[in-house]
Ligand binder design. Structure first.
Ligand SMILES: C[S@@+](CC[C@H](N)C(=O)[O-])C[C@H]1O[C@@H](n2cnc3c(N)ncnc32)[C@H](O)[C@@H]1O
Length: 248
């Protein structure tokens, strides 16, 4: 079994702070992350977990029999992930302290699935477009992409929803880019960069489809094990999974 006692303590309900002021790792899995873990049972090639943090999803995916490449900016996160992984599965884990997408050198058509959970909001539009196209190249034909993103319905971002909608009406290409420090509480402000990229359904759908994927399922959701003070209307996050249907 995994050794999650190596994880840092919860910072808020269900949330473990990152070591590099990049928000939190969610102990509960999103619908997309759960689907990634299920998919681990049948994946015939390695899976990639982008922004794996301490391994909330990587560990159960390993336990389900997959080989997992866990990538994160922070080697400290990955070191805790390795310590938290049962020795039985460690030979199926590869950790990469690298920045997605440009520092990753992955062979084309070598992966069965990729999870990007709560990471795209640190990236500008161009990097997201490029990153998702890279994912499409790295995946085998019929490979799966699993994504979780934050929306402007979340917590202190809710006050930005009107501005987001106005930008959509004005035809702004990436309407969800804000400085979170302008709206976050002091506690969260110290734990976030000064850039956040929020998505509503149309925007995330478009960029995933344009990268060469067919969307299988997309839904709004909110984590159950999550502080009430950050909930608004049940549309705080989007979860999606998609299939590569194009040739590389
Ligand atoms: C908000 S946490 C999310 C952790 C986990 N995936 C989840 O959904 O709970 C973001 C993680 O992604 C990592 N990260 C952010 N940008 C990244 C990038 N471009 N490449 C690799 N890792 C990144 C951070 O270091 C951090 O551990």
């Amino acid at each position: 079994m995994s050794k999650k006692e190596n994880w840092p303590d919860e910072w808020e309900q269900g949330l473990i702070k990152t070591q590099n002021a990049m928000g939190v790792m969610f102990k509960e899995l999103s619908p997309a992350a759960k689907a990634f873990v299920q998919y681990a049972k049948i994946a015939t090639s390695p899976l990639l977990d982008v922004g794996a943090a301490y391994g909330a999803t990587t560990i159960p995916a390993l336990e389900n029999g997959a080989t997992v490449i866990a990538c994160d900016l922070s080697e400290e996160h990955l070191s805790i992930l390795r310590k938290s992984t049962d020795q039985k599965f460690i030979h199926n884990l590869k950790t990469l302290p690298k920045k997605f997408p440009d520092e990753l050198h992955i062979e084309n058509e070598s992966l069965s699935g990729i999870l990007i959970s709560n990471v795209l909001h640190f990236m500008d539009g161009e990097s997201i477009t490029h990153g998702l196209r890279q994912c499409c190249k790295w995946l085998k034909y019929d490979g799966k992409l699993f994504v979780t993103v934050m929306t402007p319905h979340l917590s202190f971002y809710y006050q930005l929803l009107h501005e987001y909608e106005k930008r959509v009406q004005d035809g702004i290409e990436w309407p969800g880019i804000f400085n979170p420090k302008l709206v976050a509480t002091d506690k969260w402000s110290d734990n976030l960069p000064d850039f956040v990229h929020l998505f509503e359904m149309d925007a995330i759908k478009k960029v995933v489809q344009q990268a060469g994927f067919t969307i299988d399922k997309i839904e709004y959701f909110c984590y159950k094990n999550y502080p009430d003070e950050h909930r608004t209307d049940g549309k705080e996050f989007i979860s999606l999974y998609a299939t590569k249907h194009s040739k590389t």
